[in-house]
Design a protein. Structure first.
Length: 267
């Protein structure tokens, strides 16, 4: 360590200490940025301003994109230092919001220059910046959600109720911005790889099974399963899949473009 400090600051500036002091560390960083900018990547500290809470307990089953499952409502609860009612003044003028958030499940994982999107069957490699894969240098997500209103909670201040989110339960949110139609809508936008979502699957949940779920959850579950949460490269009509939703383990099979729920168990 001492040799590195000497190289950047010079021997006279280091003195006899083998490790830099707090003030020397600051001076060291300053010198690094000015003398070796090509070797130093700027670091920006992102603060979690809120977390989202919903019924998506695991990655498997979360909608592939925002807005695909409108029936699932989520609650955005702000961290204590950001629970200022005035910070939300005027938010009621927007019915959609942008959420900037973290792929927290991929926080400590290596990024990859190329990825194989499951949406394309998992066999085609694309550059990570041509996809929305979570395997990114900075695992940050961007989603447009519908604002349903504000809620005064008992212990957590004012929260936001939204629908159409594609975030796991407990996902950290870094920022919230209003969706501005005249600037955000691009009628001529084209993506030849991900242009149109595939047709929805039929979903069958037998009455005796759906009765296990709380009121309203069966309809949301149908929306989730209709999007086919399984990887497109798997085609096994006898395979039973499972996903966590609303505190239940949902088991289902897929055959002939139809999803059939076989059983529901409490987790």
């Amino acid at each position: 360590m001492a040799q590195v400090v000497e190289r950047i600051l010079g021997k006279d500036e280091v003195g006899s200490s083998s490790l830099p002091s707090s003030s020397m560390k600051k001076h060291l960083l300053s010198k690094c940025f000015f003398q070796y900018p090509e070797q130093i990547s700027p670091v920006i500290i992102m603060k979690t301003i809120a977390k989202i809470y919903n019924d998506y307990e695991s990655k498997f089953g979360v909608p592939r994109q925002a807005g695909l499952v409108e029936g699932e409502n989520s609650l955005i609860i702000f961290e204590p230092e950001y629970r200022f009612p005035e910070a939300l003044r005027g938010i009621e003028n927007s019915n959609y919001l942008w959420l900037i958030w973290e792929f927290s499940e991929f926080r400590d994982k290596e990024w990859s220059p190329t990825v194989r999107p499951p949406r394309l069957g998992g066999n085609k490699r694309l550059g990570v910046f041509a996809t929305r894969s979570p395997h990114r240098p900075n695992p940050i997500g961007l989603s447009a959600v519908r604002l349903l209103g504000t809620v005064q909670t008992e212990n957590s201040g004012i929260a936001l109720r939204v629908s159409g989110a594609d975030l796991m339960n407990g996902t950290p949110i870094y920022d919230i911005k209003p969706y501005i139609p005249y600037a955000d809508i691009r009628p001529d936008a084209v993506n030849t790889l991900f242009g149109e979502d595939s047709a929805k699957l039929n979903v069958i949940i037998p009455d005796e099974i759906s009765a296990i779920l709380p009121e309203g959850k069966a309809d949301t579950l149908k929306e989730i399963l209709a999007q086919n949460p399984t990887p497109r490269y798997i085609d096994d009509p006898e395979r039973e899949y499972g996903l966590s939703f609303a505190g239940f383990n949902i088991k289902f099979i897929i055959s002939d473009e139809t999803v059939t729920v076989t059983r529901i168990e409490r987790e």
